[in-house]
Write a new protein. Structure first.
Length: 72
């Protein structure tokens, strides 16, 4: 897994791209800094939440060659 910071809020996560369509994200800090997740009605975080800004940051890093996609 590779560290990556969200370009919007700066939250750092660990990311692994197993394929262009599959992304594994591990949060290393609390999600409170993420404005998109903070506004979610699921305050208990029992479900998997998605932050579109983080997803965009990941895809941008892939396009720039900063994040490797593992080929099967």
């Amino acid at each position: 897994m590779q560290p990556l910071s969200c370009r919007s809020c700066g939250t750092c996560v660990l990311v692994k791209k197993n394929s262009p369509a599959h992304t594994q994200v591990q949060w290393t800090t609390d999600t409170d800094r993420c404005a998109e997740l903070a506004q979610s009605p699921n305050a208990d975080r029992a479900t998997v939440l998605t932050c579109l800004q983080l997803r965009d940051s990941i895809e941008t890093a892939v396009r720039r060659g900063e994040l490797q996609v593992d080929a099967p």
